[in-house]
Design a protein. Sequence first.
Length: 232
Amino acid sequence: MRIDIITGLPSLLESPLNDSIVKRSQTKGIVEIHLHDLRDYSTDKHKNIDDYAFGGGAGMVMSAEPIATCIDALSENCAYDEVIYTTPDGDTFNQRTANRLSTFKNLIILCGHYKGVDQRIRDKYITREISIGDYVLSGGELAAAVITDAVVRLLPGVLNDETSALTDTFQDDLLAPPVYTRPAEWRGMEVPPILISGNGPAIETWRMDKAMERTKERRPDLWEKFNQQSES
Ligand code: 6GU
């Protein structure tokens, strides 16, 4: 997979993309991530990438030309499956969207900033608009990092234990069960005996029960969805 991220603040993305699992998947050659600094595509002498909003009002708007130049240049070398724009008024990101995006070969993520981008960029280039939740971030860079992380960890070969992503919270609309590691007794607190029983099927049943219990308690909305699915 190839992900091209277009941003006015590339430094904000460098650290999250160059550590841990996302870094490892780049080293392994499973994903190629390229950061593009919008300022490199600005044609004016001050390297501006934004301008005042027509009609007035506070806040700058990201100009169309540098973005279009960047997307056009990228598209000459690559056919993109989606051109994503990160914006608080986009569709809320979830595991289903992450799963879908992980099946694509080439993605562009344009990070929104200031008061957003000129609407004409959205009209002409953007195929999907994503928000990561109902709160406002200073820019779309952290959202792009969240999306990239959630997608990359799903790619085959990224996680050591291939089944691990499948047992994640949300993958089957259930929260994950509690987990424990050594020592079996810690400060007077014991691990549930079933987990050290060696009885594989009983452990699976216990985990499923705990996952359902947690979901019912903490996320009644997911619990309802889970029950509807089990019925159908
Ligand atoms: Cl994608 N961008 C910004 N600026 N704020 C957000 C967001 C995105 N998602 C949630 N809040």
